[in-house]
Design a protein around this ligand. Sequence first.
Ligand SMILES: C[S@@+](CC[C@H](N)C(=O)[O-])C[C@H]1O[C@@H](n2cnc3c(N)ncnc32)[C@H](O)[C@@H]1O
Length: 292
Amino acid sequence: MSEPELKLLQTLVYRECGMFFDERREHFLRDRLQRRLRACRLESFYSYYRLLTSREGRTELAALLENLTINETSFFRNKPQLDLFHKVTLEELLQRKHSARDWNLRLWSAGCSTGQEPYTMAMLVCDALAYFTLRNAPERDLPFAKPLVPPPWKVEILASDISYSALRTAQEGNYSEQQMEPVDYMYRLRYFDKIGEHYSVKQPVKQVVKFDFHNLKTEYLPQGNDVIFCRNVMIYFDEPEQKRLVEKLYRCVTTGGYLFVGHAETLFGLSDKFRMIHQNNGTAYQRDEVQE
Ligand SMILES: C[S@@+](CC[C@H](N)C(=O)[O-])C[C@H]1O[C@@H](n2cnc3c(N)ncnc32)[C@H](O)[C@@H]1O
């Protein structure tokens, strides 16, 4: 592959999804492009570029992007941050909403990969709601068989990704013993069914999570979220693209809502529109007022 061909394809990928392949990751890009070229039985990278930029090439473009994503994830990833989410963020949100008689909770896992992150969010939200309801509603008001989301609360967790195959796996919600390793016994019991060798996410949990395709590079992203998890996604973007993404996420989160980014990611230098909360090694960012 010639340097101009590489640059052309690199720029195309960047324009389409924001992923930036610097010298360290160039080798990976070259390797994946070679594979796709072979799969399409094309002779040159330039003809491959022509295919990608043609109307007929939309499916191949999706396949290429799919091949370039890193889908590494796990249940309960970054425990200190999830403790902060569970014990501080959710508690504050539930109190605030309860006082305002607003029973809707909307969360978004942006770049959800194979589902472990949104299902972890669902388990923690359901737990927090059960505990909150126990303290704030008299037992006699509750139906005998306690639903996962106690009424009048309504919870919707949107989980999105650019990879269709990751979304399919996430929707199926079946995980191996090895993938379940970070999930403790109580969570397994409450939220999973053991079927043969694997664990399957229980139907009521699945009903809380909705999967959809969203490319974070685009302008139109889901609005009105109380909490956004966008973890370990922008590490693959360059700084200008990270800034654009954080600005879009700012518009997607409600006033007083929270943004969680990955362990190796920070909003420092990218945005000053959020207030950082750091407790016991966990970090969150709160959008606390309207700014222009
Ligand atoms: C390393 S995984 C992180 C998964 C999960 N958030 C976590 O922290 O465990 C990154 C995910 O971001 C997705 N992704 C990368 N670029 C994206 C884009 N432009 N729009 C949406 N998702 C993207 C990838 O497909 C991948 O599933």
